[in-house]
Ligand binder design. Structure first.
Ligand SMILES: [Zn+2]
Length: 117
């Protein structure tokens, strides 16, 4: 359905290397063999990422209502904080609506401002 078109901006490199160095060089070159024996990490992700597609876009939810607490709870951390967009993958437009809905829900005490212990 959704096609991703990644377009890269062409980077123009301006390579201007003008090196004019006149220095008495008493060369003491120590040749070290750079032994690179690093263990290559392969795919150890600490945070689990879902697919980076906005949930509301996929389900075509236009209006996020503040009464939909079960929906809003998915984007609120345990202590009541709103989960940032980079973690949830919600697009900007929906994140704004979501934030508004969460704040409205807070005002009528559907969601907590911050969890109390
Ligand atoms: Zn969206």
């Amino acid at each position: 359905m959704a096609e991703e078109t990644t377009q890269r901006a062409p980077e123009s490199r301006a390579s201007s290397s003008s090196s004019s160095s006149s220095s008495n060089s008493s060369s003491s070159s120590s040749s070290r063999s750079h032994s690179s024996s690093r263990p290559s990490r392969s795919g150890g992700r600490k945070f689990f990422r879902r697919k980076k597609v906005c949930k509301f876009c996929t389900e075509k939810i236009d209006v996020i209502s503040y009464r939909d607490v079960n929906l809003l709870r998915q984007f609120v951390a345990e202590r009541g904080k709103i989960v940032p967009r980079r973690l949830t993958g919600v697009c900007t437009t929906h994140q704004r609506r979501l934030t508004r809905a969460i704040k409205q829900a807070r005002n009528i005490a559907l969601l907590p401002f911050a969890a109390r212990y």
